[in-house]
Write a protein that binds this ligand. Structure first.
Ligand code: NAP
Ligand code: SF4
Length: 677
């Protein structure tokens, strides 16, 4: 087979047992909440088949428990009876017909389980769970091993090409292997050898009880990031033994869910964790899979070229673009919709009990019902406003064959995304801007930047449909002294129009207040390399210390400015931040010494600074710069003027509703609006 000229290592085939994967990209396991949704099998089959058609070498399902004690939550995905196979066959047939391969992931939650049946090696509660698990009796340990094997046999009958055994991220198997969670004094606990007995028994039993061609992947914890976790020696010895026990391939997991170091959020540089897979690759003779923050084909190609692994495990990037692999192979890298690691519509949705989708691709998870079909009657459409909502609406309308004109008053497209990309670790938004601009070009959208559309201009053109996506303006607030020279708006700061002094007060601790605090507290010499990230967060790469937490802990990186972030409400600050990313941002700001005050009343602004009252006491924050981050208001004037002139319009994004505006809602509204015309 000839080598692909664009990404030769990523696109090289790989022999695996009696099978061959067509390339090195694995769509990693990700719970979608479609698993148990009404019509879930049909939706999942469309979801996975689209990724298989998009060229991915192998798909791993979200985790299925092998018994009810292993449930992550009540009535979660479970494969323990033959009656359940029928639905799985809908999925496996669809993937195979699309030319793909698919494994079922077997995941026993152990003490991360969310039901009263939760069990673990020892009765030790996880810091992120309210439930104390029951310790498994020896006979129950044996039964659990048998249940793993039954689950794998059912997976084989259901047409899966193999299974992935979830042995990392702090779930049951990992709880057996780590001294921190395994305090048993029988043959399943104590020495490293005893603690490794449980996963080895699972792999051996599955190998013995499934056909020879069935592939076994084991997800090994390659860096635990928790106290009293595994050392490098423990991990290497487990990897070798798992190979001997009959696994065909090792995927690698990073960090337990209870770890307090971000592993996949946007602040983690691309490719940060591949070093941990390399240690395992050097010790075994079976293929090793690198994972976490591999969101572009270049990153994948680099970790493979550096010899850190043989394949790459990408979950969220395949939500963002099902055609990731085919586009890379065809030399169309610039048409890939890249995952920006925001977690907003995937992981955060899962935690809110909603089905996963994607901020940059609202179609993810809705493949069965959201089709970009050719318009029955092509129309002339004006989209006014080239931010996230306007760009999404214009590109999808163009893709459907409408003739679209996009007006943007600024010289550049992007709206609020142009500000978001300035936040230190949010430059992944550059990829989103690049993607939408290329989509607009591809679909022949007539882009008019630097043109503030007027009522007359719109009426003269006689468009069939007009979409108003004029976005938001920062909210102006009332206060004595608000016109003082020290007061600036967040767009002035993020755009670089105004420079902050050394002592800054930020009014408003919402998403943007936190982002501005991040922007202002980062060192100018901010080093964004993986090495700097690992040092900042206190990761011991050599893994000489158990769990890989360096004894020095995270480095204290004092902000170059004194920063106070304020809010009027007395609740916990940062409640509007993403569930799976906000904690890490708060931790980073704490490390840099950003001071957060809640329950504040603003009195006035003077030459002395910001006068406040807190707990009945008056005080002054001697700020030389006061940044207003008090939310936004919709820009609706054009909409109102057109209405008054009798012109009907559609209004989307921040122009329709400024509260809780974010790129997620904006893109999704633009997308849906274009599909409705
Ligand atoms: P926001 O989250 O609504 O926060 C604005 C804050 O300003 C409010 O929390 C409010 O806090 C304060 N405020 C409102 N009116 C005020 C007034 N008249 N005077 C003084 N303070 C006032 O808005 P945002 O920060 O602009 O963010 C916009 C949207 O983007 C939100 O949905 C946000 O979640 C999202 N976003 C998220 C992130 C992230 O997750 N990292 C980052 C950026 C943006 P008090 O009333 O308590 O003072
Ligand atoms: Fe990636 Fe964000 Fe989409 Fe999740 S929602 S897949 S993190 S871009």
């Amino acid at each position: 087979m000839t080598e692909n000229p664009h990404f030769p290592l990523m696109l090289a085939p790989l022999k695996l047992r009696h099978n061959e994967l067509k390339n090195r990209v694995i769509m990693g396991a990700m719970h979608t909440r479609l698993e148990n949704a009404p019509d879930g099998a049909k939706r999942l089959s469309k979801f996975y088949a689209e990724r298989a058609k998009g060229g991915v070498g192998l798909i791993i399902t979200g985790g299925y428990a092998p018994n009810v004690a292993g449930h992550l939550e009540m009535n979660g995905p479970l494969l323990n009876e033959r009656a359940q196979i029928k639905d799985h066959q809908i999925v496996t047939n669809a993937v195979h017909e699309a030319g793909g391969k698919i494994f079922l992931q077997i995941l026993h939650a152990g003490r991360y389980g969310g039901t009263l049946k939760t069990v673990a090696p020892s009765a030790i509660r996880a810091p992120i769970s309210p439930l104390t698990p029951k310790a498994l009796e020896p006979a129950q340990v044996e039964q659990t091993i048998a249940d793993f094997s039954t689950c794998a046999q059912l997976a084989n009958e259901a047409g899966y090409d193999g299974v992935e055994i979830m042995g990392s991220e702090g779930y049951l198997i990992n709880q057996f292997t780590a001294a921190r969670t395994n305090q048993r004094d029988d043959k399943w606990g104590g020495s490293v050898e005893n603690r490794h007995r449980f996963p080895l028994a699972i792999v051996r039993t599955i190998r013995a009880e499934t056909p020879d061609e069935f592939i076994i992947m084991y997800r090994i914890s390659s860096l635990e990031l928790v106290e009293d976790g595994a050392t490098a020696n423990d991990i290497i010895s487990l990897a070798k033994d798992i190979e001997q026990a009959g696994a065909d391939i090792l995927s690698t997991g990073i960090g337990w869910h209870e770890a307090r170091i971000p592993t996949i959020a946007y602040m983690v540089p691309r490719g940060t964790w591949s070093f941990a897979a390399k240690r395992i690759k050097e010790a075994v003779n079976i293929p090793v899979v690198v994972s976490n923050r591999l969101n572009t084909p270049e990153t994948v190609e680099k970790v493979l070229r550096d010899g850190h692994g043989d394949l790459a495990y990408l979950a969220r990037p395949l939500l963002a673009d099902p055609d990731f692999v085919n586009k890379a192979a065809a030399g169309e890298r610039d048409q890939i919709n890249i995952c920006i690691a925001c977690n907003q519509a995937c992981l955060d949705y899962i935690f809110k009990a909603k089905a996963a989708t994607c901020l940059v691709n609202p179609r993810a998870g809705h493949e069965a019902d959201l089709q970009i079909t050719a318009a029955e009657q092509p129309k002339r459409i004006a989209v006014i406003g080239g931010g996230a909502a306007g760009m999404a609406a214009a590109s999808i309308a163009g893709a459907r064959g409408h003739s679209v004109t996009l007006f943007e008053a600024n010289d550049e497209l992007g709206g609020q995304l142009q500000l978001a990309r300035k936040v230190p670790r949010k430059d992944e938004f550059d990829e989103t801007l690049r993607y939408f601009k290329n989509q607009l070009d591809t679909h022949n959208v007539d882009i008019k930047t630097g043109v503030a559309a007027s009522v007359q201009m719109i009426m003269d053109e006689n468009f069939d449909e007009i979409i108003i996506a004029t976005g938001v303006s920062p909210r102006q607030i009332e206060m004595d002294g608000i016109d003082h020279a020290s007061v600036v708006s967040y767009p002035q700061i993020l755009s670089g129009e105004k420079i902050c002094g050394n002592n800054v007060a930020i009014i408003g601790a919402g998403g943007i207040g936190f982002d501005v605090a991040d922007f202002l507290s980062a060192l100018e010499s901010d080093d964004r390399t993986p090495q700097a990230f690992l040092k900042d967060w206190g990761v011991d790469q050599g893994l000489e210390v158990k769990g890989g937490l360096s004894p020095q802990g995270p480095s204290l990186e004092q902000s170059p400015r004194q920063i106070t972030l304020l809010q009027r409400t007395s609740g916990k600050p940062g409640r509007s931040l993403g569930f799976t990313t906000g904690w890490a941002l708060k931790k980073a700001l704490k490390r840099r010494g950003v001071n957060i005050l809640t329950g504040v009343t603003y009195e006035r602004i003077s030459d002395e600074g910001l006068h406040i009252v807190m707990d009945g006491e008056q005080s002054i924050i001697a700020a030389d710069t006061i940044v207003i981050c008090a939310g936004q208001e919709s820009r609706t004037s054009l909409h109102e003027e057109l209405s008054m002139a009798g012109v009907s319009t559609h209004i989307i994004g921040g122009a329709a509703k400024a509260g809780e505006l974010d790129a997620l809602r904006a893109i999704s509204q633009g997308y849906n609006m274009a599909l409705s015309l």
